[in-house]
Design a protein around this ligand. Structure first.
Ligand SMILES: Nc1nc2c(c(=O)[nH]1)N(C=O)[C@@H](CNc1ccc(C(=O)N[C@@H](CCC(=O)O)C(=O)O)cc1)CN2
Ligand SMILES: Nc1ncnc2c1ncn2[C@@H]1O[C@H](COP(=O)(O)OP(=O)(O)OP(=O)(O)O)[C@@H](O)[C@H]1O
Length: 211
């Protein structure tokens, strides 16, 4: 969560205090549910690849895993093999959107903020943004680490289609939402591809097959 700041302008951009507190509590509880599980990661990669194959796309922003997170590295390799352009996020100072840099198998990774790593390659604009989640609901709302990075990034990339991913254990009935939260149109877990009820559908013209 961004620390509350003292000017009216900053307060306007932050979640109301009750929402911020509810997100903090849920974030702490959800962190305890994570574990790096190779079989679970493989299943999430499988369903993500299945979903992405139904879209007419050229490029995908993936993630490079933090400790305890689902590992999308096998998906990066598989999608690269499929001929897609792969980007990975570089994490800027809080308050700014992520940038995505071109990744290729074996490319050097640089250390970044909060233990992240990113490639040195050129900045790219993805058709699809895979969005990591600590918790989610079936409306499509999500909770991340509290930097507001993905909400800012999706607001800055209105033509990119977001696809959330998480373990099914991280599903909640309803995530507390603030004014900047963007509902995702689709969420993938190790069990299923969820078409969310509240998510807008940016990039719909890239649909080739119903899924
Ligand atoms: N793999 C991955 N990459 C990602 C994200 C992510 O969630 N997962 N991000 C999503 O926005 C961005 C990085 N944002 C982050 C923002 C805050 C913290 C953070 O506060 N980390 C805590 C430790 C959290 C924990 O307990 O595990 C810390 O560093 O103290 C981490 C990442 C971009 N890259
Ligand atoms: N587009 C935006 N413009 C201004 N403020 C924003 C924007 N998106 C999010 N914020 C603010 O950033 C703060 C952190 O947001 P939030 O708690 O939703 O992060 P998160 O979604 O859990 O984290 P992340 O997206 O990094 O995974 C909140 O105060 C939120 O209001």
């Amino acid at each position: 969560m961004v620390a509350p700041q003292n000017t009216p302008e900053h307060r306007m951009h932050d979640d109301p205090p009750d929402i911020a507190a509810a997100k903090r509590a849920l974030r702490d509880a959800s962190k305890a549910l994570r574990s790096r599980d190779a079989a679970l990661s493989a299943d999430v990669c499988h369903w993500l690849r299945t979903h992405l194959h139904t879209r007419k796309i050229r490029s995908v922003a993936c993630t490079w895993p933090l400790e305890h997170e689902i590992d999308l590295r096998p998906l990066c390799h598989a999608l690269h093999q499929d001929g897609l352009i792969i980007g990975l996020p570089e994490t800027p100072k809080k308050g700014h959107p992520l940038t995505f840099r071109l990744w290729r198998p074996g490319c050097a990774m640089q250390p970044g903020r909060f233990g992240t790593q990113h490639p040195e390659g050129p900045v790219m604009t993805p058709d699809i943004v895979l969005v990591p989640m600590l918790a989610f609901d079936r409306r499509g709302y999500r909770l991340g680490y509290g930097g507001g990075y993905y909400d800012r990034t999706l607001a800055a990339l209105p033509h990119a289609r977001p696809v959330g991913y998480a373990s099914s254990m991280q599903e909640k009935t309803a995530i507390p939402t603030g004014p900047h939260d963007i509902a995702l149109p689709v969420i993938v877990t190790e069990r299923e591809i969820i078409h969310c009820s509240a998510g807008k559908n940016p990039g719909q013209d890239d649909v080739t097959t119903p899924d």
